[in-house]
Design a protein. Structure first.
Length: 432
């Protein structure tokens, strides 16, 4: 087959210049378009931002299919459960549009990208072509040793999340998606296990936390920091499972020995007032700054004024902020859980076992102190982090790997017509 492949990408969330799910959708489209002809199904409310970006950087081999549900269905999106109902209905409509498109252009492969949740179904595997699912996450859970440290809201959330996920795994459409996926890409080891339990035969871990080459170069221009005071940075939504309460307690122990130090937190959320009260109770009012929600450009500038990233999330599929910190030459302290556990190595930071809250606080405080008193080690970890991001978490490199997955699914190598698809992904993954 001499022509480029015809790839259909389903990206419910897809917006340029953003992180999280919208950024995952947009970057997958950009990378697929480097090698193949692409049709993208996404929501109509993404159109203005996409078309503005295309004026500056056209993608002539990408066709965009924008649609939303009827206006009367928009009220579903006002609550979390309603968003899922709207999303699932959108996916059903997407299948019928994809079916007609396939009749018209003879697609070679379909790829579901966003939402990045394994327990939400898509109907694209019903098409008579290879289907790539993911990367998807959501299989991570907070270790039970931390539940006693949560408030009532956190306990209810964790209980309801676990129950909802088990119920979703019984959904016949979720199981159908899993069984019919030619390849399923999991963001973490925990999600990989759940995908296999659902019936996925061919699963590989394939992170969603990547950076475009231009952003890697931008982060590389951030200079190492040597002047006092020593600053610890945390970034993320201020929610109980992000672990910032543990971060504050660990910093308080460190701050008692190093009173000139500071802790900066970027982000907003339901736990902000509770965390501010905790900072006051711990005597950290002057040493802690809550920046709130700021732009990405401001966040990067703020990161350049800090020495390390403390990322104490208890269940996170992505954790792209860890990759950004490494790209900026900042060592990362995180738990040995979820996405960050795959991103951070001993060469680029410190991974803490996650057993219970008291152990975690003690170990986090010790890790902060170890890095604070050893600027040479911080510099070494920072340089290794920059190199790791460029080699392992580069969207351009990831695009090449995905293209190989596509090609091997559609055109198996000679003599390997019956090749197991998991071998295809494993071979590609080992090249990274």
């Amino acid at each position: 087959m001499g022509r480029p492949l015809r790839i259909l990408i389903s990206a419910y969330a897809c917006e340029p210049g953003k992180g999280s799910e919208p950024g995952v959708g947009w970057n997958h489209v950009k990378q697929a378009a480097r090698f193949h002809d692409v049709w993208v199904m996404t929501r109509s409310n993404n159109r203005a931002r996409i078309e503005n970006a295309l004026e500056a950087e056209p993608m002539s081999n990408v066709r965009w299919i924008y649609f939303d549900l009827p206006r009367w269905a928009s009220f579903w999106k006002r609550g979390q459960r309603g968003v899922r109902l709207y999303y699932s209905s959108w996916q059903f409509v997407a299948y019928w549009k994809a079916r007609k498109l396939h009749r018209d252009v003879r697609l070679d492969l379909a790829h579901h990208v966003t939402f990045v949740s394994y327990w939400l179904p898509t109907f694209l595997p019903l098409l008579p072509i290879p289907f790539v699912w993911g990367p998807v996450g959501g299989g991570e859970s907070t270790p039970h040793g931390f539940w006693s440290s949560f408030g009532i809201r956190g306990l209810l959330y964790e209980s309801m999340r676990g129950s909802a996920r088990k119920l979703a795994e019984l959904n016949p459409f979720v199981r159908l998606t899993a069984r019919r996926a030619s390849v399923a890409l999991a963001t973490t080891d925990e999600t990989e296990q759940r995908l296999r339990a659902l019936g996925c035969r061919n699963v590989a871990v394939f992170t969603q936390a990547n950076l475009p080459a231009d952003e890697i170069h931008q982060f590389a221009e951030i200079s190492p920091r040597r002047e006092p005071p020593f600053r610890v940075l945390s970034i993320g939504r201020l929610l109980h499972w992000k672990g910032f309460e543990l971060g504050l307690q660990a910093f308080a122990r460190f701050h008692a020995r190093f009173p000139e130090s500071e802790y900066w937190l970027i982000g907003d959320g339901a736990e902000r007032k509770r965390l501010e009260r905790l900072a006051m109770k711990l005597g950290l009012s002057r040493a802690t700054i809550f920046w709130g929600a700021i732009s990405r450009e401001q966040a990067i500038a703020t990161m350049s004024q800090c020495d390390i990233l403390l990322f104490p999330s208890l269940h996170d599929s992505g954790g792209c902020v860890s990759v950004e910190a490494m790209a900026a030459g900042r060592p990362v302290i995180c738990f040995d859980l979820g996405g960050p556990a795959l991103q951070v190595t001993e060469a680029t930071g410190v991974k803490i076992p996650a057993i219970n809250a008291e152990q975690a606080v003690t170990d986090l405080a010790s890790a902060i102190e170890q890095l604070a008193v050893d600027p040479a080690r911080r510099a070494k970890l920072g340089e290794a982090g920059r190199l790791r991001v460029d080699q392992e978490f580069n969207w351009e490199r990831r695009g090449e790997q995905l293209s190989q997955v596509y090609i091997r699914l559609v055109i198996p190598p000679k003599g390997m017509a019956h090749m197991d698809h998991s071998e295809t992904v494993t071979a590609t993954r080992q090249e990274s």
